[in-house]
Design a binder for this molecule. Structure first.
Ligand code: NTF
Length: 820
């Protein structure tokens, strides 16, 4: 008997059909005969939402009246993905939905496809936030996700006829969006600019302009927890205040200008990943959503109180700062407590310190935000004063601890040089209670390198929480075939809410029948992806070949160029007859990657991949052996389809650069094997799945450091190029125009970088990478062995559930738990 714990349907299929019909008629005003798939999608979304409302209201009530501290997850990005299937799963209505839409004359997939994916994030950081609010709700922790409802999400990616990335706007709100509920009655005023004056011995901020922050609420249903939390995304609206003077002069368009400017604040998601742009509008966005959220939390937790006692604020809610983007919330809470509620500095400081914690998501120094002080001063003059005072207090504290003068200088939050600036990561590290990294290696490197000065002085603040991914979306929903097999193998579906139960699959790795079924599932997923790729991208995939995938943002440190050079080398070997074409393991290599629009080297790499793809795929000599595809517009939907269909996943960043990675976890959980370096969470994945079930290659962090010390990035790479004929040939082919119709100029910046700087050591790791590929091919030639390894990857990856990550946050950082 298989134990089924999945949510039970609250209504029958007929009843749910009736509810959808009602929505069609009374909300949308269409008859079932008139209804399109888009109509049915909106109606189904509204119908499932109704089933979540009671739990949503109860959760809010219990959160405010109970004594369980809530979590406010402050994040500039929430990369949610489509909502319908997840809402149906958690409401227990999946089968009823399928029956209902069939009764209305549609296929379920048509309705799911009618939803437009919201892309309110760049990559891992935003997707992690989405996984975390799913887990908070599923564990039953009262929580708010607080962020921004951008009107334009991450750009849509296309390629032109030369293979270059073209960005087009993502106007995701062009059609009805049934999930977000805009609540004009819970708005907040957010002000900017102006000056600070002295009034009765107090500093008083006289802002120059204000924006109306209006919340758009999304339900975040927990899986089997009966809890529904809130994702509150703020949108900027102008106040209805015309500049009458101008208006009287009948300069109507001038009079509405400030209004238009106000609404620009939440217009667009900045498309840089890991390398923030210090633009004023970005600081406006950050302050806008954080200020609105802090005021909102006070409104929620002290309802109707004109003079609330905020000394217990940190017992009501703890704010997690998702990277540096929301760090301006620290001086904002200080300001609110002092200027709006009359607390003295020390009281305000005590509350603020207890309220905030900071998660760092990077190791790249350039990704730690630093704002010019004059920009902050112009936009938020009172905040700059507070930041400077925090800095003074900090410096005094360091002096009292006898920290050396040069170390204090390095640690300053406010740099007192000719162009003073504010280091947001340092502000967060000093002002918050905890600082955490996102994988064990990353947290160690934060302590030893990136934030070493801080960990030396405040060692007790530093913690690790290894990232995780939600098993609902990234296993149960994205891989139904494997999910059914897991449930069959374990005799229960409880693994969906307790992923550690996957361990129970370990013995089944030696059960030939189970392993065969597992391999069949993978094959079925590959076949399904081939159909998906044909309909979405118009490409033909041969699902009898190995599916080898590299999907993530395009960044030099992630080293897509290492993969493409290896491919070129293999291609050249087949062409030259150096390897017998019959000995080549047939492979389909798929890339998916967006580049920041202004990141020239990344864009050039995309162009190269597209052109290698063009040359290889059109060459009859390698047909059936090697195919390369750059799939356009990598997004959550593609991930959900491609990851379950992948045999081999690439996690080949230079050691010491990828903070964690979360794609790596999704692949392991879906039975792909990983080829990877000892970087980020790869280290923990390998430990857990077993070194024998992971294809490790490349230099370690220490070896990388040693090479830098030897001056590698000042000409050291050339030696590797000269010494390895395979590498030399691959680089030469890029240089000689093989992938640019003979034009030697196209890739010269890439080639030049490889041979002179190669900061991320692609050349130095190339040999090891080629060697491991040979081992991978030998293993893949033994299907039963490969499938067994894949089963063991799944069985031992339960640790990478975001439920476990949230439990770690609760225990190590937030010190709170689920509602009773
Ligand atoms: C990213 N950081 C890291 O690059 C990934 O390794 C990590 O898995 C995710 O965060 C989630 O923790 C960023 O995107 C940023 F912006 F912080 F650089």
């Amino acid at each position: 008997m298989t134990e089924i714990t999945a949510p039970k349907a609250p209504v029958t299929s007929d009843e749910f059909t009736g509810e959808i019909r009602e929505q069609l008629k009374y909300t949308q005003g269409v008859t079932p005969e008139q209804a399109t798939a888009a109509d049915v999608y909106v109606a189904a979304a509204a119908a499932v939402r109704r089933h979540l409302v009671d739990a949503w209201m109860k959760t809010q009530k219990d959160m405010v009246s109970g004594d369980t501290k809530a979590v406010g997850y402050l994040s500039a990005e929430f990369l949610m993905g489509k909502q319908l299937s997840n809402a149906l799963l958690n409401a227990g209505l999946t089968e009823q939905f399928e029956a209902a839409v069939k009764a209305l004359g549609f296929e379920p997939q048509q309705i799911v496809d009618a939803e437009y994916e919201p892309g309110l994030g760049n990559g891992g950081l935003g997707r992690l936030a989405a996984c975390y609010i799913d887990s908070l709700a599923s564990i039953g922790v009262p929580a708010f996700g607080y962020g921004i409802q951008y009107r334009y999400g991450i750009f849509k990616q296309k390629f032109d006829d030369k293979g270059r990335q073209i960005e087009t706007p993502d106007y995701w709100l062009a059609n009805e969006e049934p999930w977000g509920h805009i609540d004009y009655n819970r708005d907040q005023r957010v002000s900017f600019g102006g000056k600070v004056v002295e009034e009765n011995g107090r500093r008083v901020w006289k802002p120059a302009w204000s924006v109306r922050a209006v919340p758009v609420d999304y339900m975040v249903p927990g899986y089997t927890s009966q809890r529904v939390n809130t994702l509150r995304l703020w949108t900027a609206k102008s106040y209805d205040e015309f500049d009458l003077l101008t208006f009287n002069e009948s300069e109507y368009l001038d009079a509405v200008k400030p209004q238009v400017a106000a609404e620009n604040i939440t217009k667009i998601l900045y498309p840089e990943d890991s390398t923030p742009q210090g633009k004023a509008l970005r600081l406006e966005q950050q302050y806008f959503f954080v200020a609105a959220s802090i005021h909102d939390a006070i409104r929620v937790f002290y309802p109707g109180e004109a003079n609330p006692d905020l000394t217990n604020f940190a017992d009501k809610i703890v704010f997690q700062l998702n990277d540096t983007h929301p760090v301006i919330g620290i001086p904002e809470l200080m300001r609110v407590l002092m200027d709006e509620h009359g607390y003295d500095w020390d009281t305000a400081w005590g509350i603020t310190q207890k309220t905030f914690n900071y998660t760092c998501h990077t190791l790249l120094p350039e990704a730690l935000e630093v704002w010019p002080a004059d920009l902050i001063g112009e936009l938020l003059p009172r905040h700059l004063e507070i930041i400077r005072k925090i800095n003074d207090q900090f410096v005094a504290e360091l002096e009292s601890k006898n920290v050396a003068a040069d170390q204090i200088e390095r640690m300053r939050i406010y740099t007192d040089d000719e162009r003073p600036s504010v280091r947001m990561a340092f502000l967060a590290s000093y002002a918050g209670s905890y600082v955490n990294g996102v994988a064990e290696l990353h947290s160690e490197l934060l302590k030893d390198v990136t934030l070493k000065d801080f960990s030396d002085v405040y060692p007790q603040k530093f913690a690790n929480v290894t990232n995780g991914v939600t098993p609902r979306r990234f296993v149960r929903l994205s891989n139904p075939r494997m999910s059914a097999l897991i449930t069959e193998g374990l005799g229960t579906d409880r693994w969906i809410s307790d992923l550690s139960l996957l361990k129970g699959l370990v013995p089944l790795a030696d059960d030939a029948e189970f392993v065969r079924k597992f391999a069949d599932v993978k094959q079925a997923n590959k076949d399904a992806f081939a159909v998906f790729a044909k309909s979405h991208y118009g490409i033909d995939l041969d699902s009898s070949t190995m599916f080898n995938t590299m999907v993530k943002r395009l960044h030099e440190y992630k080293r897509q160029s290492l993969k493409i050079l290896a491919l070129i080398s293999t291609y050249a070997d087949i062409k030259s007859g150096k390897v017998n074409v019959d000995d080549v393991l047939p492979r389909t290599v798929m890339f998916g990657a967006k580049s920041a629009p202004g990141y020239a080297m990344a864009k050039l790499t995309i162009r190269l991949i597209n052109n290698v793809s063009r040359v290889v795929n059109n060459d009859p000599d390698v047909k059936g052996k090697l195919a390369v595809h750059m799939l356009p517009n990598y997004n959550i939907e593609m991930a959900e389809n491609l990851i379950p269909a992948t045999d081999l996943d690439e996690q080949i960043s230079q050691a010491g650069k990828e903070a964690s990675g979360t794609g790596n976890m999704k692949f392991a959980l879906n039975g792909a094997l990983t080829v990877g370096t000892l970087d980020g969470a790869n280290v923990e994945i390998r430990q857990l799945v077993g070194a024998e079930n992971f294809f490790l290659f490349g230099m370690t962090v220490d070896e990388v450091d040693k090479l830098y010390a030897e001056g590698y990035d000042h000409g050291g790479s050339r030696k590797y190029y000269e010494a390895d004929p395979r590498l030399k040939q691959a680089v030469d082919m890029v240089a000689d125009g093989t992938f640019s119709d003979g034009d030697k100029d196209v890739y010269k910046d890439l080639v030049n970088d490889w041979l002179t700087h190669d900061y991320f050591m692609t050349m130095a790791d190339f040999g090891a990478y080629m060697d491991i590929q040979a081992e991978i091919e030998n293993t893949y030639r033994e299907p039963a062995k490969w499938a067994r390894m894949a089963v063991l990857n799944v069985a031992n990856s339960g640790y990478f559930s975001s439920d476990r990550s949230i439990e770690d946050y609760l225990e190590r950082i937030w010190h709170t738990g689920a509602l009773a």
